[in-house]
Design a protein around this ligand. Structure first.
Ligand code: 6MZ
Ligand code: ZN
Length: 354
């Protein structure tokens, strides 16, 4: 029994010490329980309880209900001070979980919701990134400015213009644009011009694609850009109502897919861990990156997501290592950062496989 316990502990430590790359993390979905408590005590009048901002172990919600959770969190995070604290806490939590490179994404909200202009919103997140760097956190953080698909063409264009500005003025911190938001609202065709403009100006694109069924036309249209990475892609493959031609496009263009197991299970877009589309893409040998999506809302962290993938699909420690190392090739940061990360991985390898 002692041996057995030792093995479990050891296994846990492996995933925590595994150097990791996180490429799909929404800022306000990543707020931890501790930070939520701090926010609640700042705003007792809102009568918000932690149970309203997170989906616990064994619980599941519809995607609709998940978006209701974001509305609650947005009420709690609505000043410059809040955003700075939330971003700082989230970055430090990822660092403590062994994440060496993080691409954080967040949607600059309307001024009436935060009292901040979209520009100040972005500046505040950048300030948090710089602060963590100054304090010596062992993590390289970049920012993707998010477009909420619900807000349509004009807002998307405004967001892209800001992202372009910051790409040039943020010392390389702003590297791309994300398309997210409630997938049942709006259509990709209205956002295509903005996304095309972003791409032309050198911003990288990570797009939520086929997160729900019956979006074949939209996915086909958005794949024509093409995006630099895909978020979820849950319903792209034919076994779940997607199509072979969509899969072929993704494979031919070698577009990496960001996969978030717990998010999809708790948000009810996949029936269970073992039926997650990780299996489909992994067996194809396609570049896949394990991510958290919303570690606060879904009560997880990246170590746990790697561990879940490994235990569900029978991956050896070597296979898990390879998965985390291959994620380096999928980052939007520059080549020099990829090299630095490769070196870091090489330095840490003996420690994990002694
Ligand atoms: C669960 N699957 C998902 N699908 C689509 N969009 C999601 C999402 N999870 C989060 N977001 C997007 O991220 C926002 C919260 O973070 P920020 O305020 O931007 O930092 C949500 O309002 C939604 O637009
Ligand atoms: Zn997402």
């Amino acid at each position: 029994l002692a041996d057995c316990l030792y093995f479990v502990m050891d296994n846990d430590v492996f995933y925590r010490e595994l150097p990791k790359v996180e490429l799909h993390a929404h800022l306000n979905g990543s707020v931890s329980a501790q930070t939520i408590e701090k926010l609640i005590s700042r705003k007792p009048h809102l009568n918000i309880e932690h149970s309203m901002t997170a989906i616990g172990k064994g619980q599941r919600r519809t995607l609709d209900e998940c978006f209701e959770v974001f509305r609650v969190i947005h009420k709690l995070v609505d000043t410059e001070e809040d955003i700075l604290m939330v971003a700082t806490d989230v970055i430090k939590e990822f660092a403590a979980d062994g994440v060496k490179y993080l691409e954080l994404r967040s949607t600059p909200r309307e001024e009436r919701d935060t009292g901040l202009t979209k520009k100040t919103y972005i500046e505040t997140v950048i300030k948090a990134i710089q602060k963590c760097k100054e304090e010596g956190a062992d993590i390289d953080v970049r920012f993707l400015v998010a477009i909420d698909r619900r807000n349509g063409t004009e807002v998307a264009l405004e967001t892209v213009n800001l992202a372009e500005e910051f790409m040039l003025s943020s010392d390389g911190l702003v590297v791309g644009v994300d398309l997210s938001g409630d997938p049942t609202v709006g259509h990709g065709k209205d956002l295509l011009p903005a996304l095309q403009k972003a791409k032309n100006s050198g911003l990288k694109l990570s797009l939520h694609l086929s997160e729900i069924p019956s979006q074949l036309d939209e996915s086909d249209l958005l794949l024509s850009l093409p995006p630099d990475r895909i978020g979820h892609g849950t319903f792209l493959h034919p076994e779940v109502g997607g199509s072979q031609s969509l899969v072929n496009k993704v494979v031919q263009k070698k577009i990496p897919i960001e996969l978030c197991l717990t998010s999809n299970v708790k948000g009810n877009t996949v029936p269970c861990y073992s039926k997650h589309h990780f299996k489909y893409w992994y067996e194809l040998g396609h570049p896949t990156v394990i991510c958290t999506d919303d570690k606060g809302v879904f009560c997880t962290d990246l170590s746990q997501e790697y561990q879940l993938a490994a235990s569900t699909f029978g991956l050896s420690h070597e296979a898990v290592w390879k998965l985390s190392q291959q994620a380096i090739d999928c980052i939007f940061g520059p080549e020099i950062v990829k090299q630095q990360l490769q070196e870091k991985w090489n330095d840490l390898h003996p420690q994990l496989f002694k």
